[in-house]
Ligand binder design. Structure first.
Ligand SMILES: Nc1ncnc2c1ncn2[C@@H]1O[C@H](COP(=O)(O)OP(=O)(O)OP(=O)(O)O)[C@@H](O)[C@H]1O
Ligand code: SF4
Ligand SMILES: [Mg+2]
Length: 379
């Protein structure tokens, strides 16, 4: 990407970007539309058979008029079976795009999975690379095996259809041999499962007649209809007040145990992570900068960004004049530097940080960090 004078793109540069985007989009769309994709292209082997999902060097870019937005730029982490993985990071760091890539719901044509793989182990033990899977097979997996709970239930539920109609649709679409009556029974059973007392009444209601907490419960019921292997919860409680938030989190935890699923929990609330997650993935500007178990990240945060995040969280019984705030801003996803993306905001920067983007340093078998401070070979 060329340097922009005064932040503006010249007409010539703009034309170059449009031309480049056209060729890139045409290439990736053509790849997706291929018919009869040979099995060996999408069959994969899990690195660790205990894992449910393995993100491996995933790159998802948006080809926009101002340049290529590297929303996800080489992300690798695992979701072990029966566990909750919390993904945390500042707004715009690529959390949602990572999860949308897993469901192949990135906004096309400008948004494309450019490289890397996402290995997924299905309920019947097969292992696929989601990024290469034919569309018809992907449709069978999304909803039935992997489902998503979105941040804002009012925009995810259709206002002109009743709750019952929308819930029934999930069963009719994904459960083989489902009839109208069996779908209705399943919907009411799911509404009861998520703690709705008047399930029959809510079944006949429309979204606007329910409170925010009830709508989120309906969204959860919808997501769990097919007993998914993996539940992606993208900021599931951000729009709710704290008491309802606690109820929804309890419900998610309980249902995860009941259904024996894994959860990928996306949030910028570290309190939610501490309460729910077994493993934590910290993202910054499209990259993973630290991963570890919840104890490792909270007791021994290593990356200066993670340390800053934890310092900026209010603590009960600890009086401070002013909460810590990480200075500066995240670099633009279009013009990323070739050195550590956090360098311009980092208080712990050393001479070694002038080098190229730091690689991962393995601190324990489960804890790793991308920072020169821990790289004994280079610092
Ligand atoms: N449809 C799109 N077109 C262009 N850029 C996009 C699009 N969707 C996302 N992006 C860009 O991708 C980057 C990552 O976005 P993403 O939605 O994953 O952030 P996030 O970490 O989920 O943030 P938040 O906490 O605010 O939800 C951002 O820079 C965003 O501007
Ligand atoms: S590599 Fe250097 S600049 Fe980057 S986070 Fe670590 S100490 Fe800070
Ligand atoms: Mg998001």
């Amino acid at each position: 990407m060329k340097e922009k004078k005064n932040g503006y793109i010249s007409f010539k540069e703009s034309r170059e970007i449009v031309k480049y985007n056209k060729t890139q989009i045409r290439y990736y769309e053509k790849l997706k539309k291929r018919k009869h994709i040979p099995e060996e292209e999408y069959l994969a082997t899990m690195r660790n058979p205990e894992n449910l999902v393995e993100f491996d060097d995933l790159h998802t870019f948006f080809f926009t008029d101002t340049g290529t937005v590297k929303a996800v730029d080489g992300v690798s982490f695992d979701i072990p079976a029966h566990s909750t993985v919390g993904v945390v990071g500042e707004s715009g760091c690529g959390k949602s795009v990572t999860s949308l890539s897993l469901l192949r719901l990135v906004q096309a044509p400008q948004g494309q999975i450019v490289s890397g793989s996402i290995r997924y182990r299905t309920k019947d033990g097969a292992c696929y690379d989601i990024t290469k899977l034919p569309q018809d097979m992907m449709e069978k997996i999304s909803g039935k095996e992997i489902s998503m709970i979105f941040q804002e239930p009012m925009t995810s539920l259709n206002p002109v259809f009743s709750i019952g109609y929308q819930l029934d649709e999930v069963s009719l679409l994904h459960i083989e041999g489902a009839t109208k009556e069996s779908a209705r029974q399943k919907s009411i059973e799911m509404l009861k499962l998520v703690g709705i007392a008047n399930a029959e009444g809510v079944y006949k209601s429309y979204p606007h007649e329910l409170s925010g907490g009830m709508r989120q419960r309906v969204m959860i019921a919808m997501a769990l209809c097919c007993r998914p292997n993996l539940i992606i919860a993208d900021e599931p409680t951000t729009a709710l007040d704290v008491t309802i938030q606690a109820q929804i989190l309890d419900l998610l935890r309980e249902l995860k145990e009941k259904l024996d699923s894994s959860i990928m929990l996306i949030t910028h609330d570290l309190g939610v992570i501490a309460e729910m997650a077994d493993f934590v993935v910290v993202m910054y500007a499209g990259k993973v900068i630290e991963t570890g178990t919840v104890f490792e990240i909270f007791d021994n945060p290593c990356h200066p960004y993670t340390i800053g995040l934890l310092k900026s969280k209010p603590v009960i019984n600890k009086k401070v004049d002013e909460l810590y705030c990480i200075k500066g801003r995240v670099p633009s996803a279009v013009d990323l530097p070739d050195y550590c993306y956090f360098r311009d905001r980092c208080d712990m920067c050393t001479d070694a940080c002038a080098g190229k983007y730091p690689g991962f340093v393995q601190l324990t078998p489960t804890h790793k960090v991308a920072c020169y401070l821990y790289d004994t070979k280079q610092s």
